[in-house]
Every structure is written in C-alpha cells, then in structure tokens.
Design a protein around this ligand. Structure first.
Ligand code: ZN
Length: 332
C-alpha cells in the first residue's frame, strides 16, 4: 500500500511537470484529439468487446444493454486501479463499434483509442472479400479516409493501425495488407500494431518491408511478442527501434513476464516494451478475459524484484505515449 502511494505521488509529480509534453505529439481517442502526454497509464492491447469467432459483419449488432451492463463497471473498476487509457484492438468486421467506445469513454472517464485496418489472421476470415482484388493503394485509401473523415459515418478517428499475420510463411494477402498499412502510416503518421506472435518469418518480413518503404522500425509494434521463443531476436528487434508488445499478462503468467522484463532491463531496451493483457470485457459468448493483472499483480511483483518507480513509469506511461504519438517515422 505504501509503495502504491509513493508511486501515485511520483506519477502526480511527473504529471504536474509533464516532462513528456515537450517531446510528444497527439493521438486521436474516441472523444477527440488529445496530447499524447495526457494518456497517462495506458493498456495498449485490449478488447472492450468483440464478436471474434462469429461470422464477419460490417455492423456489430451487440445487445447494447448487456454490453454496457458488463463493460462499464469493469472500466470503472480498472480506472480506480489507475488505468487512464486503453487502446482497443477489436477490428472492423469482428465487432468494432466506435460509437459504443465513445459512450463508454464518456461514462467511464477512460481515454479509449480505436483502430483502422483489416485483421489478416484467423485464416483471413475477417478480411473483406473486396480487399483481395484491390491494390495496396486502394486499401490504404480506405484507412486514410477513416483517419481524415472518421469511421462508419461518425467523426471518430482511428488512433492506430491494427493488422495481423497468420502463422506460417507470410501469405500474399497478409503482406499486401501490411504494405497498405505502411502507405497509411506515411499519409497519416498512425503507428502499426500487428498481431505477429511467434511468427519470426512474419516479423522479419515486416522489418524488411519497413526498410523497403524507408520507414523506421519504431513505426511498428510487434503484437503478442510474448509468444516468441527467440529472446535474442526480440532483444535485437527492440534495439533496432521497434516496439515489443508483451500483451498476454495474466495472474498465472506473471513470473514469465518478470523474467522477460528483467532480460530487457539488463539489455537496456526496457524503453521499447509495451505491456497489456489482450483482455476482453465482453467476448462473444464467453467469460470476461480480465485486464487488471498488470496493476494488481505484475507491478507489485516487479517492485519486489527491484524495478524502480522510474522503470514502472517507463513501461506504463512513457512507452505508450512515445509508441502511439501520431508522427511519420521515416528512416533517416
Ligand atoms: Zn487482441
């Protein structure tokens, strides 16, 4: 409790000086443009709700009352634990509903950031049929249009690009979607967050394409990197500037995260790590996948293992702010 108080005081002190403000830009949340230094403690890969597993659909069609009754109390609970911003990774065609995100943000007081892009994993089930015959430029234009004019006839803009690779050798469609994401990044400055997991071939392909399009690795987040079994490659990729998303935190796997984070700290790449749960507070026909374990279990354990308050601030506040600020990252 005392440690938690000291941490809160430290964060308060930092936010009153706000050392991030000078170095950072802005991001779009579901309620509008905000300075990225105002994100505070952020979870960078969660799902407030989704229809993952159901047939693809452009309109989500949730039971609104059931959704709000389940999600809003959950958000209020994690807000009390100190979470100030959530990056929602539910994509178009498996349940993205930006109006609901906006309402939940207004009612909970948490900044919620939504995404553009098409989800290329799950054997391309959620890639719309038209994308297969379109060029990468045509696909990019759909996403750029969401950034410029808003999503689904609203004024709500995406704050990042969400994409995904299937397992195995990267497929033509997954590569085309990624290339479209790079063009979108160049036009908008939105960071790419890409479901890659333990697919090292897909990670290498993405790094190769970033280079080909003259973009810096920091334009890219390797999502589900916690599943990678190649620690050396993870460290090397972080050192190149890419963002490493360790986003499957659960109470039962805390030890594993502590181990990986110690390794990253010893190699001086803690400043490239993003932490999250890949939780879901309204998964279709399933129990809540919690997204409170970082605050409840991981941070206290990291403190016990010698991580400083500055380290925790780096992981939970500074890194999300730097990763998601809207800025084109050309390779110099
Ligand atoms: Zn996810």
């Amino acid at each position: 409790m005392r440690a938690a108080l000291i941490i809160s005081f430290f964060f308060l002190l930092l936010s009153s000086f706000n050392p991030l403000q000078k170095k950072t830009g802005y991001v779009y949340s579901a309620t509008g443009k905000i300075h990225s230094s105002k994100l505070g403690v952020a979870l960078t890969h969660e799902h407030l709700f989704s229809n993952f597993g159901a047939a693809p659909a452009a309109v989500a069609g949730y039971d609104s009352a059931a959704l709000f009754n389940q999600v809003l109390p959950y958000l209020k609970k994690i807000k009390l634990q100190g979470v100030q911003s959530i990056f929602d990774c539910t994509g178009a065609y498996f349940g993205r509903d930006v109006k609901k995100l906006q309402t939940l943000s207004l009612l909970s007081g948490i900044n919620i950031i939504t995404n553009t892009g098409f989800y290329g994993a799950a054997n391309d089930k959620y890639v719309p049929a038209f994308a297969f015959s379109m060029s990468e430029e045509e696909i990019a234009n759909i996403w750029i249009n969401e950034f410029k004019n808003g999503i689904d006839s609203t004024t709500i803009k995406p704050g990042f690009i969400k994409l995904a690779f299937d397992d195995g050798e990267p497929s033509a469609i997954d590569i085309k979607l990624f290339a479209a994401g790079l063009l979108t990044h160049k036009a908008t400055g939105l960071t790419l967050q890409v479901h890659t997991g333990n697919n090292i071939a897909a990670a290498k392909k993405q790094l190769e394409l970033l280079k080909k399009y003259q973009l810096h690795p920091s334009a890219w987040i390797w999502a589900h990197a916690n599943l990678s079994t190649d620690m050396n490659f993870l460290i090397e990729t972080a050192a190149s500037g890419a963002w490493i998303s360790l986003d499957g935190v659960k109470e039962s796997t805390i030890g594993n995260y502590v181990r990986i984070l110690k390794e990253f700290k010893s190699k001086n790449v803690l400043h490239k790590v993003l932490l999250s749960h890949d939780g879901n507070s309204f998964p279709r026909g399933a129990a809540i996948r919690p997204y409170d374990a970082i605050q409840t279990h991981l941070i206290p354990q990291l403190q016990k293992e010698g991580f400083s308050t500055a380290d925790i601030y780096q992981l939970t506040v500074k890194n999300p702010c730097m990763a998601f600020q809207i800025r084109v990252r050309m390779n110099k």
